[in-house]
Every structure is written in structure tokens, then in C-alpha cells.
Design a protein around this ligand. Structure first.
Ligand code: DGL
Length: 265
């Protein structure tokens, strides 16, 4: 019988952004095989209804389970905040989710004003509201919907004039409002850090949750004795239901066993 710890870590996102999480997981757990699903055809999730996000998250989970995953990382803030409770209830497998890192931002701010850049779906979710309520009341949270950013990234326009203009329209008002910590509440946004730095210089601390998610994944695998630490040649499969060009650009890092499958799902 194949031991479950040889199975893969399944990761899904509404598109290519969750590869920012895959990268962190791969750095921390280099011996683990991974299977990444990019539902780019349905991006952005952030403008969809809660029920649509739940349905897509179920579809993605079923896809990964058929490929023998031992744990599923929901590498999407929008899917986590809207659907992870349903997934945990429905499937007998550990799920790791990702939420905007507002707690570390609240601990580090000196101006007592933090900014959260995330999708409408994340900012409107009851899970986000619940987490926000746990933050010290002296801290002001400025929420910004990053409308249009996911679409530009999905289309490979990371370094474009359109991106600079859109990002500036979201970020410059935050500088004026004395925000000193900016939380990236969407897994696509870490790919914009250099662009954001060009706009704000080092006036703001930029916080994302990638490393914390990787650590949590490791801790849960250890808890269930699912760690695969003997595998010297880990394999990484990527499935995408759109053109693979942008995905390829984001993950090309000379990794030996990287395979991308373009297919409809
Ligand atoms: N990467 C997804 C997230 O973290 C993007 C959501 C979307 O597709 O709108 O929320």
C-alpha cells in the first residue's frame, strides 16, 4: 500500500497568484511533491457571490483529491474567507487557509493606521469582519478593494503603465492617510511588491502571509505524520485552464521537475 505521506500537497487559487504561496511552501518543504491548480478561467473570484466562490472551491478540491493530495492549501484569501468552513465540513482532509495578516500589521504599526489591499470578496466576508474585530480599537484599518489588479496580473501586465497607474490610485491616498503598514490580502499581490515600493519607497512596511502559511502547512503535516522528508527529487505539477504563458513566467526558476498541463476543467 502506498503510504499517504508520499502523496502531494494540493494547492489551489483562482489563478496564478497562489504560486507566491507555492514558492514559500516549496522553500520550507523542498522534499514534498506539489500539485497546483490555477482556475484562471474563472478569475477573479473577488467579484463573485459567496455561493459561486463555494462552488468553485468545491470543484477545485475534488480535482485535487482525485490526484491523491494529502492536504489542501487554499492559496486564495477570497476562497478561504468565503468557503473554507464549508470545505472543512465536507471533506475529511486537512485544509490550510490564508487570511490577510492584519494581526502582525496591528502589532507593528507606529502610526496606528494600517491599510489592507484585498478583493471585494475578502473584505466583505464575515471571516474578515470577525478577525478585524479582534484588533485593538485604537488602530484604524483602511480597506481598499484592489479592483482590476488580479486581471492585470493574470494577463501578465505586472510591469505595465496600467498597473502603475492603478496601484498609485490605491496606494497614494494611503500614504496621505498616514498608513505605515500595508497588508497584501490577496495571493496575487506579492508579485506587485517591487511596483508598490516604487510608489511608496520605504515609507511603508509591506506584509503578506506567505511564510506563515508555509509554516502552518508544515506544522499540520507534522501533526498528522504526513511529512515526506526522504524524497530527494520532488515533483511539481501545475494545472491551468487558460494559456500557461503567465504561469510559466512566474514559476520559471530552474526547478528540475516542473510540469505544466493546460487543460479545461
Ligand atoms: N489570489 C486570490 C486571493 O488571494 C485572488 C482573488 C480573485 O480571483 O479575485 O484572493
Amino acid at each position: 500500500m502506498v503510504k499517504q505521506n508520499k502523496f502531494s500537497i494540493g494547492i489551489f487559487d483562482s489563478g496564478v497568484g497562489g504560486t507566491s504561496i507555492w514558492r514559500e511552501i516549496n522553500a520550507l518543504l523542498p522534499n514534498e511533491n506539489t500539485i497546483y491548480l490555477a482556475d484562471s478561467k474563472n478569475a477573479p473570484y473577488g467579484e463573485k457571490s459567496k455561493q459561486d466562490i463555494i462552488n468553485l472551491s468545491i470543484k477545485n478540491t475534488e480535482f485535487l483529491l482525485k490526484l491523491n493530495c494529502k492536504i489542501i492549501v487554499v492559496a486564495c484569501n477570497t476562497a478561504t474567507t468565503n468557503a473554507i468552513d464549508v470545505l472543512r465540513e465536507k471533506y475529511n482532509i486537512p485544509f490550510i487557509g490564508i487570511e490577510p495578516a492584519i494581526k502582525p500589521a496591528a502589532l507593528n504599526t507606529k502610526s496606528n493606521t494600517i491599510g489592507i489591499l484585498a478583493t471585494k470578496g475578502t473584505l466583505n466576508s464575515s471571516l474578515f469582519e470577525k478577525t478585524s474585530k479582534t484588533i485593538n480599537q485604537k488602530i484604524t484599518i483602511k480597506e481598499i478593494v484592489g479592483k482590476g489588479l488580479v486581471e492585470l496580473i493574470e494577463n501578465g501586465k505586472l510591469d505595465s503603465k496600467e498597473m502603475t497607474a492603478l496601484l498609485s490610485s490605491y496606494i497614494i491616498p494611503l500614504v496621505k492617510q498616514n498608513v505605515d503598514s500595508l497588508v497584501l490580502g490577496c495571493t496575487h499581490y506579492p508579485y506587485l511588491i517591487s511596483q508598490i515600493r516604487k510608489i511608496v519607497g520605504d515609507k511603508m512596511q509591506i506584509i503578506d502571509s506567505g511564510e506563515a502559511v508555509a509554516k502552518q502547512t508544515k506544522a499540520v503535516l507534522e501533526k498528522y505524520q504526513l511529512i515526506n522528508d526522504k524524497n530527494k527529487n520532488s515533483e511539481h505539477q501545475f494545472y491551468i485552464n487558460k494559456d500557461k504563458k503567465v504561469l510559466e513566467m512566474l514559476i520559471s526558476n530552474n526547478h528540475k521537475k516542473l510540469t505544466i498541463y493546460e487543460m479545461d476543467f
